[in-house]
Design a protein around this ligand. Structure first.
Ligand SMILES: [Zn+2]
Length: 866
């Protein structure tokens, strides 16, 4: 799956933060295993229900009169079992809480093969999971989202990832409609009745239940072929003109992966389908990947750089899953990082190769910086963690499974070398084709191919929570002393001295290349290259924090622009910010480093620097005088860089477009420079008049700034764009900007609007999370959320619940914290316990940071912002 990202332009907060809590296991018995499912489903799109006939071929390890499988919101009409030439009819007993049903038969079914035949019916729900309704103004679609545990809502099944089976799917659909499933269409026959036809699909390979998909409606597709595989991008008919970009990306990525893995894509076709209502970003169903429309359907001529990057990246992520996840699947959800960490890490490769001008390598390190901070909180969890219940499983899809796991893979790949690592990946996949695997299977394969201690490195990062900080002494000759301990952002938390990691540490050499040494738990020094510029995270790919001696740090800062690579500057900025958070450096030291990169040409470097400057403005500054001081300093420091970029041109590189938009944003948003504000209004109007006339990266930033001070006319205009535009990107951008008006009447209108049926439930909760980000609307939004809780609670899915609950962490006072704790203990949000804890942790962190660094900020501003 792909989680939602980049929901708020200026938000620096990591919103999707969760961990696990203990609960009882809900696993099926391992005595009956499915081999094949024959499914025939008849959805009724108007009345929101469906009926099904299912045959499951199973194998019983031992004779039994009962068989237990998963089902949820299913009504059983009949069940029979055929075994050894004998057929008998059973009774059903469902346990709603466990989502299990037990069939009981009069006589024992003998050990060996048996076939169940089940007649049942279910509902097409509006909850974005299971078999659900997706709607446009014109009609309903019946679609599926089964990960993690919702296949059981569409068909009674052994709904655990290790119960792999083959599937024959047949769908009875209205005349004029089509259907898409995992395999190509085998036959399409008229009937039953005059107004239906029956579409049957080829038998699938062996796969897990959560990867089955069926989608019914009037989808239209654009297609092509690559390496003998038919690739299509599909949408509702009104958006089919936005499918071409996706086809081009998918073709490139398929060929790239075929070469990289040395294992060809295993199916005959790959469909990518944009759905009007969709909870997550996308879902990797084998051969039939589903997407939120904004993550797939764009017009490359008018799309922003970020949108193009996001669409390409999500496509590459889901396609990587066809190998990591679909072909080889984690044995159980405790290792979901084997799916998500891999897909995240892998997706960067083809996109970086296809579009080197997008500087994807820099974005990766900038994102890693956020993950390092997440992992420096006491509520973080180990990558591999207990996940037995639905709630525990749902909370595994977080910044640790995606971000940290992919960062650890990047570090190990960098240490082994790309080619050695690739051989290990191939060995791992080849050993488990159409099967399941564990974390140990992966690192044992890597250890065997590389003859290096990958097992020790990876187990230290996968099995224990947190991130180490390496504190270096002064390098002497070819050695440097160092200590390691767990790093916490809060200076109040004392690390357990026994917790250690095995860390590959890569140093810059005098030639600007790198050399890596492995730090083991017992070691206190490492060999280093002889160089004037000591830098201990070459390429920025190490998953650790660093503290340097003062004079070594000063030398690095003096050379930051002349010698370090952009990725290294990003990691240096992150390490220095971590020192501020831990009260080992002052906020002024950090701002001095920001000033040292003020003329940097890389959008990712400047974004990282300005991102934390934004945190200083939002979280450390508590008086108008402090904010005015920061605003003046930002204007004095970054206006020249913005002006040097000149007027936008069609010839601008993607990096220049992003850099300009970022500088423009910070000058408008924090510095509130009058000239920039009037430019923003003008650019926003031109962008709304004709989205093709303005670079969208700049146009959308201008909209955000204009909305903050905007009036009802602008609000009305954006509302109209949201309701009438055919472009998912523009629609989504307009909707999110509606939540950024600071005028209290308009803020209220935006929240009222989010609760109308004009706003899709996939988007509504996000509107409140955005209102919570800005100080001007935060208090009003929080009151509104409490006063309208029943309506808002009804919109929440697990992921959206996490986003909404997480957004309350943007407060910064004891009083707000108490309110939030009280509110969420009285109003439970499913699968969001950890998000609530983390929100409290963020508030505490803010109060602590403000108290420790507020006086430092005053001192620094007195000198630098006069
Ligand atoms: Zn994924």
């Amino acid at each position: 799956m792909n989680l939602l990202r980049n929901i708020v332009g200026f938000a620096s907060a990591a919103l999707l933060i969760t961990a696990v809590l203990p609960a009882r296991a809900e696993r099926l018995p391992q005595t009956v295993t499915p081999e094949h499912y024959d499914l025939k489903l008849t959805p009724d799109l108007k009345n929101a229900k469906f009926s099904g006939v299912e045959q499951i071929d199973v194998v019983l390890k031992e004779a039994s009169a009962t068989i237990t499988l998963n089902s949820a919101e299913i009504e059983f009409q009949s069940v029979t079992v055929r075994a050894g030439g004998n057929e008998q009819t059973g009774t059903t007993a469902s346990d709603k809480e466990k989502e299990q049903t037990t069939f009981t038969f009069p006589q024992q079914i003998p050990a060996g093969k048996a076939t169940l035949t089940i007649h049942y019916s279910g509902i097409l729900n509006n909850a974005l999971r299971g078999f659900y309704l997706s709607k446009t103004d014109k009609r309903n679609y019946a679609v599926t989202q089964f990960e993690s545990t919702d296949a059981r809502r569409a068909f009674p099944s052994f709904d655990e990832p290790a119960f792999k089976a083959t599937y024959n799917v047949a769908l009875v659909v209205d005349r004029g409609d089509t259907a898409i499933s995992n395999s190509p269409i085998k036959s399409d026959t008229p009937g039953p009745g005059d107004d239906k036809h029956t579409i049957a699909f080829d038998t699938t390979p062996k796969m897990s239940t959560y990867l089955v998909a069926f989608l019914i409606g009037d989808f239209q597709c654009t297609g092509d072929e690559q390496d003998g595989v038919k690739i299509r991008v599909c949408s509702t008919p009104d958006k089919v003109q936005l499918t071409h970009f996706g086809v081009e990306i998918a073709k490139y990525v398929l060929h790239y992966y075929n070469n990289y893995f040395g294992i060809p894509y295993p199916l005959k076709k790959l469909d990518l389908i944009g759905l009007p209502d969709f909870e997550a970003g996308a879902m990797e169903n084998f051969g039939a990947v589903t997407y939120r429309e904004t993550a797939l359907l764009i017009d490359p001529k008018t799309a922003s750089v970020e949108s193009k990057k996001e669409v390409a990246s999500v496509i590459a992520h889901e396609m990587a899953h066809q190998w990591f996840g679909d072909l080889v699947t984690m044995q159980w959800w405790n290792n979901v990082w084997l799916n998500e960490g891999f897909a995240t890490w892998m997706s960067n490769k083809p996109i970086a190769a296809m579009h080197p001008e997008w500087n994807f390598d820099q974005d990766v390190i900038a994102e890693e910086d956020g993950t390092l901070n997440l992992d420096a909180q006491p509520t973080t969890r180990a990558i591999k963690a207990k996940a037995d219940t639905r709630e525990e499983i749902e909370q595994m899809f977080d910044g640790i499974s995606y971000g940290k796991a992919s960062d650890v893979l990047l570090m190990v790949e960098n240490y082994l070398g790309e080619d050695t690592f690739r051989k290990g990946v191939h060995a791992y996949l080849a050993a488990h084709l159409y099967g399941n695997a564990t974390a140990e299977d992966f690192w044992n394969a890597q250890t065997e191919t590389s003859h290096k201690p990958v097992d020790k490195i990876m187990s230290s990062y996968v099995d224990q929570p947190g991130v180490p900080i390496l504190t270096f002494g002064k390098p002497a000759h070819d050695r440097v002393s160092l200590t390691q301990k767990r790093f916490y952002l809060s200076p109040k938390i004392e690390a357990n001295a026994a917790q250690k990691w095995t860390v590959p540490v890569c140093f810059r050499t005098a030639a600007g290349t790198e050399t890596c040494e492995v730090l083991t738990p017992g070691e206190a020094s490492l060999r280093t290259p002889t160089t004037d510029l000591f830098f201990a995270n070459a390429g920025g790919k190490g998953f650790y924090r660093i503290a340097y001696p003062a004079d070594v740090y000063a030398t690095i800062v003096a050379h930051v622009e002349s010698d370090l690579r952009p990725t290294e500057r990003i990691s240096l900025l992150g390490d220095e910010w971590a020192q501020v958070r831990a009260d080992k450096a002052s906020v002024g030291d950090y701002l001095n480093l920001v000033a040292a990169v003020k003329a940097d040409k890389s959008a990712a470097v400047v974004s990282t620097a300005l991102g934390q400057a934004g945190v200083i403005y939002d979280r450390i500054a508590s008086t108008q005088q402090q904010r005015d001081g920061i605003a003046k300093w930002v204007r004095d420091t970054f206006l020249p860089a913005y002006e040097r970029l000149g007027t936008p041109s069609d010839l601008d590189t993607p990096n220049t477009r992003e850099l300009r938009a970022r500088l423009f944003g910070v000058l408008g948003y924090y510095a509130r420079d009058p000239k920039i504000l009037s430019q923003a209004r003008e650019i926003a109007t031109r962008y709304l008049d004709d989205p093709a006339a303005i670079d969208a990266t700049l146009g959308q930033t201008a909209l955000s700034i204009a909305a903050r001070n905007g009036d009802a006319d602008l609000f009305n205009r954006l509302q109209k764009v949201y309701e009438t535009s055919n472009s998912p990107e523009l629609q989504s951008s307009a909707l999110q900007v509606l939540a950024q008006f600071e005028n209290p009447d308009l803020a209220k209108r935006s929240m009222d609007y989010a609760l109308t049926d004009k706003v899709r439930s996939q988007d509504a909760a996000i509107q409140f999370a955005i209102e919570m980000q800005a100080e001007a609307t935060r208090e009003q939004a929080w009151q509104y959320i409490q006063n309208h809780w029943d309506a808002i609670h009804g919109l929440l899915t697990p992921e959206l619940g996490n986003i909404l609950v997480g957004s309350t962490g943007s407060f910064c006072s004891e009083e707000s914290r108490e309110q939030i704790e009280q509110f969420f203990s009285a109003h439970k949000v499913a699968s969001a316990d950890q998000a609530a804890k983390h929100a409290v942790e963020r508030i505490n962190g803010c109060m602590e940071l403000r108290k420790l660094q507020g006086p430092n900020l005053d001192r620094w501003l007195a000198e630098h912002a006069r």
